[in-house]
Ligand binder design. Structure first.
Ligand code: F6R
Length: 259
């Protein structure tokens, strides 16, 4: 696992560099998209690069998760968030972005169909991730099976409180259930790039990088991934025991290496 500690604008540039490198080498690259605040600067940077000629026309993308039951036109439905924050700002083809169907009549069947779609696309090349203050990735809350695939989950009170800011501050308006890629689904992606900023993420980042692998901190499963990158600002890095070592390693890294 590589840990990069840098100002947030640089983190977004690094993530965008990795994505651009994949797209230039293979325009059919399959991206994994996260919602929430953490990836927004990356989407801004990709939209900026699109204006300068970077094309997503042959790219496909899969979302990590979706709330269950939010009306199709609800602005916080993740499908709509991704459309607004990313897809509408680049030249992704219609239908190129897929997400779990939180309005399906048969939710388990929708989850199985979603897993099949990812597999049919050849899997995800680069998965963008954020992390919850309770250590979730996607919506795999503490206690999630480390071998889980896409399924329905119940959000913790903490996650609903964290996300209330997107629902006018009202925790009661945050849905209780979601469909989420499982931890094993995420681990199948070829490169994981997690972004975390702010002190509220410091404990989760410490556990993710330096804690024992445990379902209590679901992101710790990333320690088993052969190509995982953790991009954090100073505040999110503030509890890392080996922060000096990560800083030195990154400073000494050859330019050609990339993420
Ligand atoms: C969203 C997702 C979540 C968020 C996490 C952090 O698709 O998968 O795991 O990444 O809740 O959210 P922010 O970035 O808003 O702090």
């Amino acid at each position: 696992m590589e840990v990069v500690i840098a100002p947030s604008a640089e983190l977004a540039r690094l993530a965008a560099d990795a994505i651009e490198g994949l797209l230039r080498a293979r325009p059919e690259t399959v991206l994994g998209l996260a919602t929430g605040s953490s990836p927004l600067a990356v989407y801004d940077e990709l939209a900026r690069r699109h204006k300068e000629g970077l094309s997503f026309a042959r790219t496909r993308a899969f979302m990590l998760d979706e709330y269950v039951g939010l009306p199709a036109d609800h602005p916080e439905r993740y499908r709509n968030v991704i459309e607004k924050e990313f897809a509408s700002r680049v030249d992704l083809a219609p239908g190129a972005v897929q997400g779990p169907d939180g309005l399906a009549a048969d939710l388990p069947a929708a989850c199985a169909a979603y897993e099949a779609s990812i597999a049919d696309a050849g899997g995800v090349d680069l998965q963008i991730l954020g992390i919850g203050t309770d250590g979730h990735i996607a919506f795999n809350e503490p206690g999630s099976s480390l071998a889980s695939r896409t399924r329905i989950k119940t959000l913790t009170r903490q996650t609903r409180e964290d996300n209330a800011r997107f629902f006018g501050g009202s925790v009661d308006d945050v849905p209780r259930h979601c469909l989420t890629q499982g931890l094993a689904t995420i681990m199948s992606a070829r490169h994981l790039v997690l972004l975390a900023t702010g002190r509220a993420k410091a404990e989760a980042v410490h556990q993710l990088v330096e804690g024992p692998i445990s379902a209590m901190w679901p992101a710790t499963i990333m320690q088993l991934h052969p190509h995982a990158t953790v991009l954090v600002d100073d505040a999110a890095a503030s509890r890392l025991q080996l922060a000096d070592y990560y800083r030195q390693t990154y400073a000494d890294k050859p330019d050609w290496q990339g993420l």
